[in-house]
Design a protein around this ligand. Structure first.
Ligand code: AMP
Length: 511
């Protein structure tokens, strides 16, 4: 099964359906898109001499060519290596080299710097807005190359909030199972649907784009090529049945955006990729109505570990509704989810341990990294490195990455619990909690706080607030106020940078 089968199918059965739009302008229908895919596939094989399993990188801002390139590579039997265009040149160099990429497609502004990375493996860099690309489209169409379900389709480099990124090997089967779970567990399809790519297509938005090719939705590319709150609101007003994937920080930026745009066109905002605090989730429900769905996944099991559907978000009458909003939902239908202790023993509901996953979406291993693969995949289970707890109904609440858990006086403190409280303080805009080595306690709790604009947060009031809302031993011993939370290109808070900032000392406010 080649995942590109869905493009061929849509090109036949939904020829006239709009397929790609930029801003408010439709560029092509599925008939045209499928033809372009198959012409590009011919060029990939014939002009560049690529053969089954060869890697092709995409280092581009969100653009209309992104989708056709993904499918053209699969149509031609190749493997895609989508890389976030906002990464540093040294990351590009590392990933291109590690993946053994031969050909790279890119946006015009990145072409020069990427050309300087050509070497033994990487032979050619093609700007998607240039003449070489147009010439590729003039090739004759070809039949899709057949692929086995377990053949590699997408080499997904993890976002690497610590250390070098690793390439999770994702097969056609993994991607198909992810798409099926999307419709079964995250959000149901509709006859006329539009999917906005406001988040990077190298990651969640591109992955969920596959489900939207499966049902022939129209893909909307923002003119900015990225996330801009005003633009997203304008596109919601324009496009009926609009769904998009957003990191929690993007949802927060939409909520903070002034104005009261009519959002009745909005179908669903699917958020995930990092923690969403209950306060923000409640604000989202208030602003958009019951149109939020959440997924928890990781590159190693793309977009597919658990889901909290829009029904679960809306089910206010349920006695555990609020607890469920603090959770990441239940196991998606292609996977089993368990909790285990450090010796690998499975734990009953109510006990905190590492989240393990197995099923059809789980990667076969890391590319050219047998040690890391053996570490992550043990006894048939993917060890996620996330800590969490299942309740008796199967809802998973994430605690923290195992390395982020703070052990103070021999007791585990989960930063997320502390953050959930501090974020409710009216003067706090963002918060992230880390541990600091402490002679007396082993580790002590440090809260990095971004105040709401123009406000100074009073430590005594924060301290009172914490005493009122959390166990004494969990409350921060130190507060540090910063203007901006350090985040990676996917909007995840960089706790490593916070630790460095903390070690560097400075503006510390001890209790
Ligand atoms: P990546 O492989 O870059 O997608 O990062 C995956 C990691 O992001 C997971 O292992 C979690 O730590 C975190 N993550 C993903 N989804 C969620 C979610 N819904 N809530 C909290 N953390 C999440």
């Amino acid at each position: 099964m080649n995942i590109s089968t869905h493009m061929v199918r849509a090109g036949n059965a939904f020829k006239d359906h709009p397929a790609i739009a930029v801003g408010t302008t439709i560029l092509s229908n599925y008939g045209e898109l499928a033809r372009r895919v198959s012409c590009l596939a011919t060029a990939l094989r014939e002009n560049f001499n690529l053969t089954n399993g060869d890697r092709v990188a995409l280092i581009a801002h969100n653009c209309p060519e992104y989708i056709e390139l993904l499918y053209a590579c699969w149509h031609a039997g190749l493997v895609v290596v989508p890389i976030n265009a906002k990464l540093h040149q040294s990351d590009f160099s590392y990933i291109l080299e590690n993946s053994g990429t031969k050909l790279c497609f890119t946006s015009p502004d990145l072409a020069n710097s990427l050309n300087s990375l050509r070497g033994n493996e990487l032979k050619t860099v093609i700007d998607v807005s240039g003449d070489d690309y147009t010439r590729m489209l003039a090739c004759n169409p070809m039949r899709m190359i057949s692929r086995a379900p377990e053949d590699m389709a997408w080499l997904f480099y993890t976002s690497g909030t610590t250390g070098q990124p690793k390439g999770a090997v994702l097969s056609h089967r993994n991607l198909l199972a992810m798409c099926q779970c999307y419709f079964a567990d995250v959000d149901q399809g509709a006859p006329w649907q539009t999917f906005l790519h406001a988040a990077p297509m190298s990651h969640g938005s591109g992955l969920y784009g596959l489900a939207h090719v499966m049902q022939a939705s129209c893909h909307i590319i923002p003119e900015s090529g990225g996330f801009d709150a005003a633009e997203v609101y304008a596109l919601i007003e324009n496009w009926p049945g609009l769904t998009f994937f957003a990191a929690p920080t993007m949802v927060k930026r939409l909520l903070d955006h002034p104005g009261d745009t009519d959002t009745s066109n909005l179908k669903t905002i699917i958020y995930g990729g990092g923690p969403m605090y209950v306060e923000d989730c409640l604000a989202g429900l208030k602003r958009f109505g019951p149109k939020l769905a959440q997924l928890y996944g990781q590159g190693e099991s793309p977009m597919t570990i658990t889901a909290l559907s829009s029904y679960m978000h809306a089910n206010k009458d349920h006695p555990r509704w609020r607890d469920r909003l603090a959770s990441v939902g239940i196991a998606q239908s292609a996977v089993e989810v368990r909790i285990a202790n450090s010796r690998g023993t499975l734990l009953p509901s109510g006990e905190i341990g590492e989240v393990l996953v197995r099923g059809d979406t789980v990667m076969s291993g890391y590319w050219r990294n047998p040690e890391a693969s053996a570490e992550a995949l043990r006894d048939g289970w993917l060890h996620t490195g996330d800590y969490g707890v299942l309740d008796e109904d199967g809802f998973l609440t994430l605690k923290d990455r195992s390395k982020d858990v703070i052990i103070s006086g021999g007791t585990n403190i989960y930063p997320r619990e502390v953050e959930e409280v501090i974020i409710m303080h009216p003067d706090v805009r963002e918060v992230s909690v880390i541990g600091r080595t402490d002679r007396e306690w082993g580790e002590s709790v440090v809260a990095f706080v971004v105040p709401r604009s123009g406000l100074a947060v009073d430590i005594t009031s924060l301290e009172q607030f914490c005493l009122k809302n959390m166990a004494r031993f969990k409350r921060p011993k130190h507060y540090r106020f910063i203007e901006k939370m350090p985040k990676n290109n996917y909007g995840k808070v960089l706790k490593t940078t916070l630790r460095e900032l903390d070690q560097a000392g400075g503006d510390i406010h001890p209790r």
